[in-house]
Design a protein around this ligand. Structure first.
Ligand SMILES: *Cc1c(COP(=O)(O)O)cnc(C)c1O
Length: 390
């Protein structure tokens, strides 16, 4: 089905940039620059400048950025890494694959790591904190860094959803030992397929992830320093990402304007909670615009019937996916979030007219509910634990 308001619009994204992207592809391909060439180095240089770190290293995905960062930080068997239960599975899989134990904690009203839950989860085995800057909002990094220093913990940021987001004038990916980015096509800076990067000020981290991503080999000496991986950021992808990076500040500004239109249009609907982004120290990049309502599933179906495509990040707590083998960490807020969140259409292509269609459809949904029928979820706890099998 083709939506009047698609969640994202990669075809339109390409059409707008066609000339520049085609030029970059043609140049790169006709030079035969496929692996580890100047296009990758240039992009890494420009990305490090953008984020505000000394180094950036391109890898095959956001997952690889996380996994290699953990390895470079010396995280392994016997260690615990504290992260949040409300995140994409790759955050946790990277910890598991590094051989460490993921300890999942609660998020606050902003969907980001709750510093008090973090501190309560620290044990003598804790080695690292892995905060996730979700939806384009940097975590409360002052508190998290204070806790990290107090307990002598490494901080690795999952900044996959926060390219360009800032806290106190510093960009996501520049706070911890390493910042991890994803260029999955749906991300604010999206590539042609999978891709990712690690940002860091630490030359040893930069060196180790540079070796790990390409067979463990030092390309200068030919020496293999580790059993490595085949996980480079493709050179052609880097060439295209470098083109897109130049447009990114403008796209983030567009996302902020779209978020403001959503806020103006949706404010005041009692049953709908808009992003709880308080304080003046954050500059959000709005990777996603996430609303909450206990009528989420009905609202989503109604929007679908209006031609408005939405997504749910994520409908089921991670620990309920049996194959992941995670213990139930008992996070009631995270569980509630799974039942209530809805991501509205958001991209660098979405137009104010499309926002208006979305806003009007949401207003219509809530206006249609006969008086007194809203709030069943509060009266019926069964609704809240839906999805919680057993
Ligand atoms: C997208 C994403 C990742 C993983 O990125 P991939 O490039 O798909 O491996 C990790 N964490 C979060 C929060 C993400 O949104």
């Amino acid at each position: 089905m083709s939506y009047r308001v698609p969640f994202v619009n990669p075809g339109e994204h390409y059409r707008r940039l066609k000339k520049e992207i085609d030029q970059a592809l043609t140049d790169t391909l006709s030079r035969g620059d496929l692996i580890l060439r100047s296009q990758l180095r240039d992009f890494e240089h420009n990305l490090a400048n953008f984020v505000g770190t000394k180094h950036a290293v391109g890898v095959a995905s956001g997952y690889h950025a996380l996994y290699f960062s953990l390895r470079a930080a010396g995280i392994g068997p016997g260690d615990e890494v504290v992260t949040v239960g409300h995140t994409f599975v790759a955050t946790v899989s990277a910890i598991v694959h590094a051989g460490a134990r993921p300890v999942l904690v609660e998020v606050g009203r902003d969907f980001n790591m709750d510093p008090a839950s973090l501190e309560a989860a620290i044990t003598p085995r804790t080695k690292a904190i892995l905060p996730v800057h979700l939806n384009g909002r940097v975590c409360q990094m002052d508190s998290i860094q204070r806790i990290g220093e107090k307990h002598n913990l490494v901080i690795i940021e999952d900044a996959a959803q926060a390219m360009g987001a800032e806290f106190r004038g510093k960009k996501a990916g520049s706070f911890g030992l390493a910042g991890c980015f994803s260029f999955y096509p749906l991300k604010a800076l999206g590539g042609l397929g999978d891709g990712g990067a690690i940002t860091t000020d630490d030359p040893q981290v930069a060196r180790m992830v540079t070796l790990l991503r390409f067979n463990g080999e030092d390309r200068q000496t030919g020496e293999y320093h580790y059993h490595g991986y085949t996980a480079l950021l493709d050179n052609v992808q880097a060439a295209v990402l470098d083109v897109k990076l130049r447009h990114l500040p403008q796209w983030i500004e567009h996302r902020r304007q779209i978020a403001e239109l959503y806020r103006e249009g949706l404010e005041g609907i009692e049953e709908l909670s808009l992003p709880q982004f308080t304080g003046t120290e954050h500059s959000d990049s709005f990777q996603n615009y996430v609303v909450r309502t206990t009528h989420r599933d009905a609202l989503r179906a109604f929007l679908d019937s209006c031609g408005v495509e939405t997504l749910v990040h994520w409908p089921k707590p991670m620990w309920e996916h049996k194959g992941l083998g995670l213990a139930d960490p008992g996070l009631p807020e995270t569980r509630r979030i799974c039942n209530e969140v809805l991501s509205l259409p958001m991209s660098s292509e979405i137009t104010p007219d499309q926002v208006a269609v979305t806003v009007e459809s949401i207003q219509e949904f809530f206006a249609r509910q006969p008086a007194g029928t809203l709030r069943p979820a509060a009266a019926n706890p069964g609704t809240q634990v839906k999805g919680a099998k057993n």
